[in-house]
Design a protein around this ligand. Structure first.
Ligand SMILES: NC(=O)c1ccc[n+]([C@@H]2O[C@H](COP(=O)([O-])OP(=O)(O)OC[C@H]3O[C@@H](n4cnc5c(N)ncnc54)[C@H](O)[C@@H]3O)[C@@H](O)[C@H]2O)c1
Length: 330
């Protein structure tokens, strides 16, 4: 593909995920990083030193001064909407971290700002770029294991560990706990792998975290298109870490240990599959955005798709609060 000029990229947020963005930007011919903003200027300065770019404290000042072609939103979830709308309003294409925002209404505001500005938005649902996930999706699409019957997704992690920034544990800043942060990966993974969307959802949650006011566990039952059932079980309390998705068909099963391995059974015990070597997920994400900008087409993970994840998230919280089954209206 012909790259006419280097597109300048500025990153909003110099936190835990920022380095992965900068490494991927550096690895992508056609993009070059120009600046980083963080409300804690020391963090911006540290990253700016590593990547030889300009540090800022105020992301609005950074966008006004640097006039980047692309803004990467890697901020706490409650700031995704205001920063995305601001950057779009200044003509920046967006690499917007997941979850897209903390409500469907906020997603709609971002989508509208993008339309008005005529910019491209890629929401960073990294699941789409993990080699084992891509192979699993190909197997599902091929139909070689028969009819899809159901999906079972389990994740356990010590969510309230001391190194987790406090904002993740405050509902008004994060939009919720393990479900908003990690459950959105699961909702996305299930929808994307199966090319189906969540139609019905029922959830229960518990609130026993050592700090903050967000849920520490969820148990979710969903129905996808064609009535395919899926469960998501997540615990953020102490215990053995696990991140597995089992996909069950009439003639076999797949098991994903996300980011680690993929297993197949056609009747006997599971056998490990070796996916083709792929570039790092973040690099694939940036290649995707670059291609969308250059060809003036939708990025593969559109904000309209990412909005569906937030619609399911919102419905799950509504279900947990009210004890009722939620039907999603599209
Ligand atoms: N794709 C993935 O697998 C993945 C992994 C981790 C995080 N994330 C997402 O990335 C985003 C950032 O997460 P993180 O783990 O880097 O969080 P973090 O807390 O480590 O980083 C957020 C940074 O934003 C800064 N910040 C807060 N308010 C600001 C403001 N008004 N202006 C400028 N900077 C401000 C904070 O000081 C902090 O350095 C979240 O959306 C998160 O869900 C995605």
């Amino acid at each position: 593909m012909m790259v006419s000029k280097e597109l300048r990229v500025a990153v909003l947020g110099a936190g835990a995920i920022a380095n992965q963005h900068f490494d991927a930007i550096r690895a992508t011919e056609g993009f070059s990083a120009c600046a980083v903003a963080d409300i804690h200027l020391d963090k911006a300065r540290e990253i700016a030193g590593l990547y030889e770019i300009q540090p800022y404290c105020d992301y609005k000042e950074m966008i006004a001064q640097e006039k980047p072609d692309v803004a990467v939103i890697a901020l706490p979830h409650d700031l995704h909407k205001e920063s995305a709308v601001y950057a779009a309003g200044h003509g920046c294409h967006l690499m917007l971290e997941k979850p897209m925002a903390i409500s469907v209404a906020e997603c709609d505001a971002i989508i509208e700002a993008g339309r008005q500005a005529g910019i491209r938005i890629l929401v960073g649902h990294t699941q789409h770029y993990i080699a084992e996930n891509i192979l699993a999706k190909n197997i599902i699409q091929s139909g070689e294991l028969g009819k899809l019957v159901m999906i079972h997704d389990v994740r356990h992690t010590d969510y309230f560990n001391d190194s987790r920034p406090q904002w993740f544990l405050e509902k008004d800043k994060s939009g919720g706990g393990i479900l908003a942060n990690l459950g959105t990966h699961s909702i996305d993974k299930i929808q994307w792998l199966t090319d189906r969307t969540v139609q019905k959802i029922s959830a229960s949650a518990s609130f026993h975290g050592r700090r903050g006011n967000v849920e520490g566990s969820v148990m979710i039952y969903m129905e996808l298109d064609d009535g395919i059932p899926a469960t998501i079980v997540q615990s953020g309390y102490l215990g053995a870490a696990r991140n597995e998705t089992e996909i069950i068909f009439t003639e076999g099963m797949l098991k994903l240990a996300t980011g680690e391995s993929l297993w197949i059974s056609r009747g006997g015990s599971y056998e490990k599959l070796e996916p083709a070597q792929a570039a790092a997920p973040f690099e694939l994400q940036y290649a995707d955005l670059l291609s969308a900008i250059e060809s003036d087409c939708e990025a593969s993970c559109t904000p309209e798709y990412a909005r569906q994840v937030i619609a399911a998230l919102e419905a799950a919280y509504r279900s947990a609060e009210t004890g009722t089954l939620q039907i999603l209206h599209r």
